[in-house]
Design a protein around this ligand. Structure first.
Ligand code: MN
Length: 373
């Protein structure tokens, strides 16, 4: 297989920094969308790609293992440097090898395949709304406009270990692959993305047009795309994937990656992973639900898979849950309204309190003291 690549990244129209990073060193390609204050997002996405690039160049481990090492490196850096505590990144990596593409993925960046006019997403989003679509709580259309659609259930570097989605997809000549950050998919519909991918000539042309379209649609986030065209290798040699035309690029390495990371042993990470660590991550999530008959703030997520409790109440307000649930907006309060943060959760409770009060004064024909704000 021969690969021709086009890449583009842009800060967008709103953000103050570009925290996305990409890697295009054929046959290895990736996008990473970093998050965290004080440039933490930039550090996280770059560091993750540096680790992958270096381990891959050294032929060390499988793609999935390299991603787990990247997770460890980002996590350890965030522990060691208080300026970037809590940073993390998404990571979607593609390795073209032996007539197939190997994918490793964490977060809500995406990989797509355009083949003979059909367009499909190869990765699953690790977001709360994707989970809600899966369980049938909301539709895919509702997920696209859900206020909390960017809440991640999995990220790279936020915990000592991470579960990595891995898959291998056989390739055919004529295939066009897309790796992209959510700055593209939150701005354009899949139909729009497919239309641009399907009509653009060279992969670089496709990449440029996708980024321009995202910016025209508002550009509210950093946007990064990698477009890969697959063709038959005229020499018939499979290991000659690095064509002359494929750009080779990695954002400059700030310092080399510590080799000893691998030596620590992947097995140990496997054993340490599991419920406890998952739980530790979930504890940083917030949502508003009901407890003791009142509107309440929870830490964790509103789900009990396998009967394991993934949340606990941190605040029970005086607002009766029944009154809140009688309002259409909060009818499903029992299932939990996800919040971005502790403060966000409390402001949702305040909003519910105000809505309940104004509904009551409306019911009383405005004869009350008129507390509706
Ligand atoms: Mn993003």
């Amino acid at each position: 297989m021969r690969i021709e690549a086009g890449v583009a990244t842009d800060i967008g129209k709103v953000r103050e920094a570009n925290e996305d990073s990409y890697l295009a060193r054929s046959p290895l390609f990736a996008v990473a969308d970093g998050m965290g204050g004080h440039r933490g997002g930039e550090v996280a996405s770059q560091l993750a790609l540096e680790v992958i690039e270096e381990l891959s160049a050294g032929g060390e481990g499988t793609l999935g293992e390299q991603v787990r090492q990247a997770n460890k490196a980002v996590f350890e850096r965030s522990q060691a440097d208080s300026k970037v505590t809590g940073m993390g990144t998404t990571l979607t990596v593609a390795l073209v090898e032996g007539g197939a593409v190997k994918l490793a993925h964490v977060g809500d960046s995406r990989a797509y395949l355009l083949r003979a006019g059909s367009f499909r997403q190869l990765t699953d989003d690790h977001t709360l709304v994707a989970k809600m679509v899966k369980t049938g709580e909301i539709t895919a259309e509702e997920a696209e406009i859900h206020p909390h659609r960017n809440v991640l259930t999995r990220a790279l570097g936020t915990e000592p270990s991470v579960k990595v989605d891995e898959k291998e997809v056989p390739l055919m000549a004529g295939d066009r692959l897309l790796l992209c950050s959510d700055g593209l998919t939150s701005m354009l519909t899949e139909e729009q993305i497919q239309a641009i991918l399907g009509s653009a000539g060279q992969p670089q042309d496709a990449a440029n047009r996708l980024v321009r379209a995202a910016n025209r649609a508002g550009g509210v986030d950093n946007v990064t795309v990698v477009v890969l065209d697959v063709s038959d290798d005229p020499t018939g040699s499979d290991d000659d994937t690095a064509s002359d035309k494929a750009p080779s690029a990695l954002r400059p390495s700030r310092r080399s990656i510590k080799r000893w990371l691998l030596g620590l042993g992947i097995a140990v990470i496997f054993i340490a992973a599991g419920t406890f660590l998952t739980h530790a991550y979930l504890e940083r999530q917030w949502y508003v639900g009901t407890a003791g008959g009142h509107v309440s703030v929870y830490e964790g997520i509103p789900a009990t898979p396998l009967g394991i409790h993934l949340s606990h109440v941190v605040y029970e307000s005086s607002v009766p849950a029944q009154q809140a649930q009688s309002l259409t907006l909060y009818a499903n309060l029992q299932e939990g309204l996800p919040a971005h943060s502790h403060d966000d959760a409390f402001s949702i409770v305040d909003q519910i309190r105000r809505d309940v009060q104004s509904a009551q004064s409306a019911q009383n024909g405005g004869a009350s003291t008129g507390n509706g704000q």
